[in-house]
Design a protein around this ligand. Structure first.
Ligand SMILES: [Zn+2]
Ligand SMILES: [Zn+2]
Length: 307
């Protein structure tokens, strides 16, 4: 579920920030902004946001590339429309699976309503088109899928097979998740990243671990389902189809990945809890570093990473 800060969170943050600033002589906005940026606790000065899955990547083309159509598809659509300023866009959409949190933004994706837009929707599920059409059927949404102005095309990808999409190489891999999900490895201009969400890993299954390590191998970035801490993932939430920060660090170290972005945060976790999961992952990475450093971050709404 998408989540946002509540008024209570906001009030508590403001109260704590005011106490922290007491006696600091912050009498202009610049001084106050510098204090917030450099001295205030991360959990007070930032928010991870709370949109559900939607990740754009820019290989330097005039087309758009995006993974999943969660609630973040609404602001992503606004960004596309603003950048196109009237020119119709070509958007390549890669769908990991059709759980609601990954498709719910599609009916609010502005470019779908613009004549001349081309949407190419890629995925490995045969019922992907059905899932997207169905969520706009009455009485759930006022505009049926067939009334969308864009030219919409569905392309089925085969797991393990590399396909070239407008100069970008994409290889899907099956993942353990209710109803199956697929991760995607993208390669372009000597850079690679893996989008791997909604996936549970059982490291005791050696062959399965080797398969995932090969899929992640040497990637510049892996965006990884770290919904839980390890304690949650192995006890109460085993077999829920999600993974943890610790498993993310271990798999990325084995695969000599350069950067790991913890992703698909648990909606019940506030910013402080997500930050603790990030801090634990960084500590583990430091303690178990095999040589090459693995940069660990936790994804937040609007985050940009240069590869
Ligand atoms: Zn899912
Ligand atoms: Zn999900």
């Amino acid at each position: 579920m998408p989540v946002s800060l509540t008024w209570r969170d906001m009030r508590d943050r403001l109260a704590q920030a005011l106490v922290a600033a007491n006696g600091r002589g912050l009498d202009d906005v610049q001084k106050a902004a510098a204090f917030v940026e450099h001295e205030l606790d991360f959990a007070l000065s930032h928010t991870f946001g709370g949109h559900s899955s939607c990740v754009e990547f820019e290989p330097g083309s005039d087309q758009y590339f995006v993974c999943d159509m969660g609630s973040g598809a609404r602001p992503f659509g606004a960004h596309v429309l603003a950048r196109q300023s009237g020119r119709p866009a070509v958007v390549n959409i890669f769908m990991s699976h059709m759980h609601w949190d990954h498709i719910m933004g599609f009916p609010f994706f502005g470019p779908a309503y613009v004549q001349g837009t081309r949407l190419r929707i890629y995925g490995c599920h045969s019922d992907l088109e059905h899932a997207l059409r169905r969520q706009q059927d009455p009485p759930s949404f006022p505009v049926p899928f067939k009334q969308l102005a864009a030219n919409i095309e569905f392309v089925t990808l085969v797991p393990g097979e590399t396909t070239e999409v407008s100069g970008v190489k994409v290889t899907p891999a099956p993942q353990f998740h209710s109803g199956d999900s697929f991760g995607f490895r993208f390669e372009h201009g000597g850079r690679s990243f893996v989008y791997s969400t909604d996936s549970e890993h059982k490291l005791e299954d050696i062959r399965e671990t080797q398969r995932i390590v090969a899929f992640f191998r040497g990637a510049d970035l892996v965006i990884f389902d770290a919904m839980y801490s390890l304690a949650e993932a192995v006890s109460v939430k085993a077999d829920w189809g999600h993974s943890s920060n610790v498993v993310g660090v271990e798999l990325c170290q084995m695969a000599q990945v350069k950067q790991l972005a913890l992703f698909h945060h648990e909606p019940a976790n506030d910013d402080g809890a997500i930050h603790r999961i990030l801090r634990d992952a960084r500590r583990l990475e430091e303690l178990t570093r095999p040589g090459q450093k693995l940069e660990v971050t936790a994804a937040y709404d609007g985050m940009e990473i240069d590869l």
